[in-house]
Design a protein around this ligand. Structure first.
Ligand code: 73E
Length: 838
């Protein structure tokens, strides 16, 4: 309804994004001179990064606006991905590559006197996540945009992301990650706010017709403000939105009443308490600690997101029953499960729907992804805590549970044990709300993240629910990774080589095209180039190692890498025990024998949760072993042990392309999927691993000859643990020798590591380190043998990469879209933006 003449004026002055080098440079200089108030005389690399990012941001936001308009106009179904974690890493390189203007930017920056690599390095990682779960969410955003799905991410705008890890005297020290000093990638939406209520009471009353209504009153209000982050798709104009919520006291900067009455301190305290909600990411991976502030974060984020989603739906003036045709909401683990309760509350308390009608809408809308079977990670909230913070929600949970248990009783009369087992409320002291059960009951689909994991949840933790709801409610969607970041961006030379043999960069949109590489597995020239690229990547990592640890490593040695969060179930302790075993073996050899050995660099990296002592002890042991081994002249280049400080997304982009072998050695049945396993293989590294998570599917794809599998199977784990408990547990002899060396003080203070050794020797060896140790070191010997035959090794690597097409997160998102969300892509008519594909 805008008059024609006004339309014309708008059109005439419409902002256009740059597409040439000249336009880019113009944008950069303008930002340096106006936005940053600098000039060519004081434009350092930080300022150049800022200006280049702002130039790209200008471009992104134009496509972002168009995408949002297009999606609003089409009015088709959207998916909302709710995740407490989005581990995005850096945005500039990704934006340049996705819009196809990296070369333009490179040349432009060069003319202005900067190297693009140095500019990229200026960016601070957006580290709003712990590990695999958060990075998966980030890969999904990239795929959803690249495939043109109308999709939004919703999360929290933490002021502090995951802590920075420093290693001081071999110990982990945590340093706060304040990342918001300068963040050009977010758009504050001070006009988009939602008031979120906490605490208070519920008053029930009956109206004239005898209808009962519940009113949630009192308590306190916190304001949520939206910050939008544009998510550019690869080689498409689609630019989706990631909306992050930030918390603030509702009454503005100060409570003026308190202020005027002289109570300045308490008015500031209120303010700070509200801001605490979005202040910090909980640094626990695969662990639930049940802290009230965490529940506050969850409700704050879920309530703001749902308000936003419902507001958007209501604009369409459709009937409520159409809600599930317009909206799909995916719950990334149980962290957003309150969304189920909140939508039910909105529908019955605020919109006046009947319970059953509301519940049918709710349960058709949600899908729940489970990411773990570890008991310590399954979320439970104490009922008293819930009652205090969210009194109305607790009532609704009780009602949901009542109706659910009634339906179970109808279906399975006389199975009283079953009712207790599946109740959303655990009858413990205090009572607990079981979030996974609530998520299952309130969703239409539940999925695991790799085949083994999806089978395990059906036969163990959610077995009863399969009987109740039938097997079709439970499904598998094997995880994937975005090849844009994890191949094209992290390993540009390999990407270019692949493009030269597969007919261009099409494989970045359809990763199965990698299969064209298989015909070059024996091509001499191709293999030489392949090897040169791997070597160059190793040289780059060796430089990083030298610069950060002072240790010189030989790039021709076998690089053996394990980088991931430190956790007993991931068994970094087994890796370092294996390294000690290798060290002892070398020490016992004659100089002649040593000459036959394959030199190796054992590289570790990863953060321990600040309160996880055993994980911190593992880090300390790795560093202590490194300190001894790296200066031992008997050993020299044959073995180096490195701990890389502060493993994060941007470091992963340097580390992963440099691996020869990487370790994915969790106790069978504990790692739901793993995703770095996929990244390593995609970058031409082989893996040593257990039959766990996605390793199994990787083996199926690449073939058993191209992977080093070892260890007990998940079906044997229970029995082995049982045997340990009843004393039938003999320590593996080679492991016993390793323990002897630790106990004799070879690696420093004996007491430091007694808990680590004790967990295996005396406390049941829950993660079966001793049971798998022999098989592990034998398989490592096979790795050594295989690596000596470089020609065959490279062929294995090429064949493996050629067969990795399945593990693209694009495949994964298409599966979600089809089998869970029921949404279609919305392809932009103009198909392509200028400059793409370059
Ligand atoms: O196996 C990984 C999986 O690849 C799993 O451990 C991880 O999710 C990845 C993506 O599917 C995961 N993280 C968590 N649970 N599973 C978790 C739990 C609580 C807090 C933070 C993270």
């Amino acid at each position: 309804s805008i008059p024609e003449n006004q339309r014309e004026a708008w059109k005439k002055y419409q902002t256009k994004g740059f597409s040439t080098k000249e336009e880019f440079e113009k944008g950069v200089v303008r930002h340096v001179e106006t936005t940053l108030a600098r000039s060519m005389f004081n434009c350092d690399e930080t300022a150049a990064y800022a200006a280049a990012s702002l130039a790209f941001r200008d471009r992104l936001i134009i496509e972002w606006n168009r995408t949002q308009q297009r999606q609003t106009f089409a009015d088709s179904k959207r998916v909302y991905y709710l995740s407490l974690e989005f581990l995005m890493g850096r945005a500039l390189d990704n934006a340049m590559l996705n819009v196809g203007l990296k070369n333009v930017a490179k040349e432009g920056m060069s003319e202005l006197g900067f190297r693009i690599e140095d500019i990229i390095e200026q960016e601070h990682d957006a580290a709003l996540g712990n590990g695999g779960l958060g990075r998966l969410a980030a890969c999904f955003l990239d795929s959803m945009a690249s495939l043109n799905y109308p999709a939004w991410g919703y999360g929290l705008r933490y002021r502090y992301g995951i802590f920075k890890q420093e290693i001081v005297d071999g110990y982990q020290v945590e340093v706060p990650d304040y990342w918001l000093d300068f963040n050009p990638w977010e758009f504050p939406r001070h006009d988009i706010t939602v008031d979120i209520q906490f605490y208070g009471n519920v008053r029930k009353y009956q109206d004239d017709k005898g209808v009962q209504t519940a009113v949630w009153e009192g308590g306190e209000i916190v304001k949520a403000t939206a910050f939008d982050v544009p998510i550019p798709g690869y080689s498409t104009p689609t630019t989706n939105n990631l909306r992050l919520w930030s918390s603030k006291a509702a009454s503005g900067e100060f409570d003026f009443q308190k202020f005027n009455s002289g109570d300045y301190e308490s008015s500031v305290a209120d303010q700070q308490r509200a801001e605490t909600i979005s202040a910090v990411l909980y640094p626990n991976d695969n662990l639930d600690r049940g802290k009230e502030l965490r529940l506050k974060q969850q409700y704050f984020w879920v309530a703001a997101s749902l308000y936003d989603i419902v507001r958007r739906f209501k604009k369409s003036k459709r009937a409520w029953r159409e809600f599930p045709d317009q909206v799909a909401i995916q719950l990334n683990d149980t962290h957003p499960t309150l969304a189920i309760v909140e939508l039910q509350r909105i529908l019955i308390d605020l919109e006046g729907l009947e319970w059953d009608e509301a519940w049918s809408i709710v349960s058709q809308t949600f899908g729940y992804t489970n990411h773990t079977v570890l008991p310590e990670a399954l979320e439970k909230w104490s009922v008293p805590l819930f009652q205090n913070l969210l009194p109305r929600h607790l009532q609704i949970i009780y009602e949901i549970n009542l109706f659910f248990l009634q339906s179970v009783e109808r279906k399975f009369p006389k199975e009283r044990d079953l009712l207790a087992r599946v109740s959303i409320i655990e009858e413990s002291q205090p009572k607990m709300v079981r979030m996974a059960y609530l998520a299952i009951v309130g969703s239409h689909k539940v999925n695991g993240v790799a085949e083994l994991h999806s089978d395990l949840i059906k036969t163990t933790i959610f077995k009863d629910f399969v009987r109740i709801f039938g097997p079709d409610k439970f499904t598998n969607v094997t995880n994937g990774i975005t090849p844009r970041r994890w191949l094209h961006q992290a390993n540009p030379r390999l990407s270019e080589l692949i493009a030269s043999k597969t007919g261009g960069y099409g494989f970045l949109k359809d990763l199965t095209m990698l299969n064209k590489l298989e015909q070059f597995a024996d091509d001499k020239e191709f293999k030489k180039e392949w090897q040169e690229i791997k070597y160059a990547n190793k040289v780059r990592l060796a430089k990083h190692i030298k610069a950060t640890t002072g240790v010189t490593v030989n790039p021709s040695a076998l690089f053996d890498i394990q980088v991931k969060r430190i956790h007993e179930y991931k068994r970094q302790q087994m890796n370092i025990f294996g390294v000690i075993h290798r060290y002892l073996t070398i020490k016992a050899m004659s100089p002649e024998e040593r000459k036959k050995l394959a030199p190796r660099v054992s590289i570790f990296g990863g953060k321990a949760a600040p309160g996880y002592w055993m994980a911190k002890t593992i880090i300390h042991l790795v560093n202590s072993v490194g300190a001894v081994v790296n200066k031992d002249t008997d050993v020299g280049d044959l073995l180096k042990v490195i701990f890389l400080e502060d493993y994060n997304v941007s470091k992963a982009e340097t580390i992963i392309p440099a691996s020869d072998i990487s370790e994915h050695i969790s106790t069978a049945g504990t790692e739901a999927s793993g995703t770095s396993n996929m990244k390593f293989v995609l970058n031409g590294g082989l893996i040593i691993g257990t039959c766990d998570g996605a390793n199994i599917e990787i083996t199926r794809e690449v073939g058993e000859n191209n992977i080093f599998l070892f260890g007990n199977l998940s079906e044997d784990v229970d029995e082995l643990r049982h045997a340990h408990t009843y004393g039938r547990h003999e320590l593996d002899p080679s492991l016993a020798k390793v323990f002897d060396s630790i106990k004799s003080g070879t690696f420093g203070d004996v007491n430091s590591f007694s808990a680590l050794v004790g967990a295996i020797e005396d406390h049941g060896d829950y993660y079966l380190v001793s049971d798998d140790f022999l098989s592990y070191i034998q398989t490592q010997d096979l790795v050594d043998q295989a690596y000596k035959n470089q020609d065959e090794w490279i062929s294995k690597c090429i064949i493996s990469v050629a067969r990795m097409g399945f593990f693209s997160s694009d495949r994964c998102i298409n599966e979600y879209a089809e089998s869970i969300w029921n949404i279609e892509p919305l392809t932009p008519e103009d198909g392509n933006t200028s400059g793409l594909g370059k």
